[in-house]
Ligand binder design. Sequence first.
Ligand code: NAX
Length: 482
Amino acid sequence: MRQAWRVADVRSAEKALMATVPDGTLMQRAAAGLARRCALLLHESGGVYGATVVLLVGSGDNGGDALLAGARLAARGARVLAILLRPEHVHLAGLKTLLDAGGRVIEELPARADLVMDGIVGIGATGGLRPPAAALVKGLPELRGRDGARAPVVAVDVPSGVTVDTGDVPGDAVHADITVTFGCLKPAHVVGPAAALAGHVELVDIGLGATLHAAPAVRVPDASDIAEWWPRPSASSDKYSRGVVGVATGSAQYPGAAVLSVTGAQAGPAGMVRYAGSASREVLRKHPSVVAAERVADAGRVQAWVCGSGLGTDDDARTELRSVLATSLPVLLDADALTLLVGGQHAADLRRDAPLVITPHDGEFKRLAGEAPGPDRMAAALKLASWINAVVLLKGDRTIVATPAGEVWANPTGSSVLATAGSGDVLAGLLGSLLAAGVPAEKAAVMAAYVHGLAGRRAAEDGPVTSADVAEALRPVLADLL
Ligand SMILES: NC(=O)C1=CN([C@@H]2O[C@H](COP(=O)(O)OP(=O)(O)OC[C@H]3O[C@@H](n4cnc5c(N)ncnc54)[C@H](O)[C@@H]3O)[C@@H](O)[C@H]2O)[C@@H](O)CC1
């Protein structure tokens, strides 16, 4: 599991650490790690000696890091050229060190470069890039190196132009190949559109672990977490003890949603799937092991319910939703069930003790919360989670899971291929199966998003992806993972 911390918490940890070491130590540690990573990258295009390295240097310590790392590369024979965005506010000690090592200051981007270091702005950034920096950044994709390839961009700490605490990208921003960050990850490395601009993120240890005691702003699961948390049957398990998931989805008009959500549920750890709705024929044709009924009330015993995908929004659908919410079981609501919640007629039904998970996309989120998630998706998801006392899985390129207790997770496996009709139905079924198997709501949401994302990627290996392909890819993905 990786974790990322907010700027204010990073700042206080840095302050506490700085009080224990000589002046400039942390910056030297940062610069050493940064220079080491740049040198490795330069080895791919012919080595450090003779390479042209361009530093984009802003007015803060982020620029200072770039200057000090540049000096280390200059000392190894690189031609290091620094563009100072605000020469009157440059980090003076850093500049002197660079010049002493043989580096030079230039006014504009050179004709060729083998590597660009983005030290325009780091965790001290406010707002988007300002015009001079934005103009420079626009020219970066054109820069070619000695091997004719595009010059790789290494961002110092964060790609300049992103909002560090939210992962929002309000305007022009650097698109990095590698981001070398210091002490700990920050939210922009793992959430929102900023995460895609950070490229490959590498963490340099500057000793911050000793003073960083705040709770992380966001956690990111990895494959070993999912494998560790996934329920496995034991020798004494039977279909009931593994959990029975009830799926109340689909309708005469949308039978496909029932098939997709049941396929998602079948891939999960529960021992049995019960289907309640009017698409039994289609469901049973594809999944003969499913036990089907017309209504939730007649479905028999289950340990969790999935409700919503393709359910419709008529009175029948409303009755089914009421039946599901009236149970004392964990419930996952998606799609039409979320539409039925808008307007508040189900406010009383929502006052339940058992766990509730909702999986809105942005449109559904907006209807439920009364406003779009906006630039701070983590804060928006947290607010809704606390308001309706549910785990909120807010779908997106980096799907967010937020809990009423204030925890946030970002899913690292998402991809644009999941933006296809019915993909959410598959996710809902899988998540419901995890709930039925007894996984706590927060972890179930994190695990389902992770595996669903991997399945999207796996399906994409064979060409354009439909949600049926995502559903089919769940089992091979799980076979690899577990
Ligand atoms: N504090 C520490 O202990 C350490 C800090 N380090 C580095 O220091 C950085 C933070 O340094 P600072 O606090 O000086 O902050 P920054 O270097 O991130 O930026 C602050 C400066 O940038 C300007 N600025 C703000 N927003 C801008 C925008 N949108 N466009 C253009 N210019 C903008 C401001 O006028 C301000 O002068 C970190 O990101 C990291 O790179 C590292 O050296 C490790 C140790």
